[in-house]
Design a binder for this molecule. Structure first.
Ligand code: PLP
Length: 417
């Protein structure tokens, strides 16, 4: 089954997939799985949406790759216009690369070059990628950092309002975190040395922790006061996954830079950062993109993806189906004392398997996802110890599929209890 895959990747090859349709994947033996992983939040329009398939096929017959510093092409130009039209206020310019990590690197290079300042303040629990720069900004766990030192210098970590972990109210946690940030800006990273605050407004890998409006406004105020850039990492939460087009819309805050990937192109590798043209122009020429950035087929797939998101009202669907799933998860929680918390926004929800915030039960969480897989429901785990079961269905998921998934989950929970 694993053939000659790296031993580190063998785990990933348990279910060998033959094809997919909508919310479903089918393995080579014909077994059907409800896919509530969406390729880690990527296939928002479902597997092989006919419009995305048609757009990619058509573009592949015209031109697959035409490097954008040599020539331009229509899918890239059109996509830059479409995305600029969907960006938060004041953001009218986009630059493309292939993955979330690359987009984070691009944003970081832009922030340092544009401000002439070295430091990036990140928030505890944030995940920003696996390349060495992005890994240096990541504190959601040890797997992308341990054994890879020295990491990039100039990264300063501030607390994120994980109210449940602190065991405090949201107000208390927010006040504590903003005070700590002020202290950091006085003692560890003076504003004149701080290029940007980089935040996942809804943390994904750490276990689906949304920030809150007063915390995010507090960050925006400090950025404005000190000329620091606010960078929103919307790689996982963007393009409707949180029940708003950008997750920052939950908090009423305008960022300077938006970093996006995953849900942009329905599975084709494509990422984009957005900033004002004025700010983008302060980057280093040649520091944005790369050989494959803005691949023509990926851009055509992204244009079709945006059409589907708009025409099938997937942002609204994510909000409504998210509420449905949240309600059902909360009612399951009542039956099991070790379901310690249910969190998230829209169709990015996490179920914390723990005795308490300091006593996680990762083995139990692993048993639950394995039992779900046997029931035909694919789920991932996240959280610092792997104790959070995560629910990431495609944004096209319908009411019956959520009910079906929750029944499978319920049977799996009964088996492991
Ligand atoms: N940022 C966030 C919030 C992510 O969730 C991820 C990936 O999970 C990344 C960045 C890195 O993206 P990629 O895996 O495409 O490099």
């Amino acid at each position: 089954m694993s053939h000659h895959l790296s031993p580190l990747l063998k785990q990933a090859s348990r279910v060998c997939v033959d094809h997919g349709k909508g919310s479903w994947l089918f393995d080579v033996e014909g077994k059907a799985y409800l896919d509530f992983t969406s390729g880690i939040g990527v296939t928002s329009t479902g597997h092989c949406h006919p419009r995305v398939v048609a757009a990619a096929q058509e573009q592949a017959g015209k031109v697959i790759h035409a490097q954008y510093t040599t020539v331009s092409h229509e899918p890239m130009l059109q996509l830059s216009d479409r995305l600029a039209g969907r960006m938060p206020e004041g953001i009218d310019s986009v630059a493309f690369s292939n993955s979330g990590s690359e987009a984070v690197e691009t944003a970081m290079r832009l922030a340092r070059h544009a401000t002439g300042r070295a430091n990036i303040v990140v928030f505890n629990g944030g995940f920003h990628g696996r390349t060495l720069g992005a890994a240096s900004l990541t504190t959601s766990g040890t797997k992308v950092r341990t054994g890879f030192h020295p990491l990039m210098a100039g990264v300063v970590v501030a607390p994120f309002p994980h109210a449940w972990r602190y065991g405090w109210s949201e107000e208390q946690t927010t006040e504590f975190c903003l005070n700590e940030l002020d202290h950091i800006l006085k003692t560890q990273s003076a504003p004149s040395d701080t290029a940007a605050l980089l935040i996942e407004p809804v943390q994904g890998e750490y276990g689906y922790y949304p920030a809150n409006a007063s915390f995010m406004r507090g960050l925006a105020e400090r950025c404005q006061k000190h000329g620091i850039l606010l960078i929103a990492d919307e790689v996982q939460a963007g393009y409707g996954r949180s029940g708003k087009f950008w997750s920052l819309e939950h908090f009423g805050v305008q960022p300077d830079v938006v970093v996006t990937a995953k849900g942009l192109a329905s599975g084709f590798p494509l990422s984009a950062i957005g900033a004002s043209a004025e700010l983008m122009a302060k980057g280093m020429p040649g520091s944005q993109g790369g050989t494959y950035g803005a691949n023509a087929v990926a851009c055509a797939a992204a244009l079709a993806t945006l059409d589907v998101i708009e025409q099938e009202q997937l942002v609204e669907n994510a909000a409504v189906r998210g509420q449905q799933m949240l309600g059902q998860l909360l009612s399951l929680q009542r039956d099991y004392p070790w379901i310690a918390d249910i969190r998230g926004k829209g169709l990015m929800l996490g179920m914390e398997i723990a005795e308490s915030p300091t006593r996680p039960l990762p083995d139990m969480a692993a048993k639950i996802t394995a039992a779900c897989e046997a029931e035909g429901l694919l789920l991932l785990r996240c959280g610092i110890d792997g104790q959070t079961v995560r629910f990431l269905p495609p944004l096209v998921v319908n009411e019956a599929e959520i009910n079906d998934a929750m029944s499978r989950l319920s049977r799996a929970l009964q088996k492991v209890a």
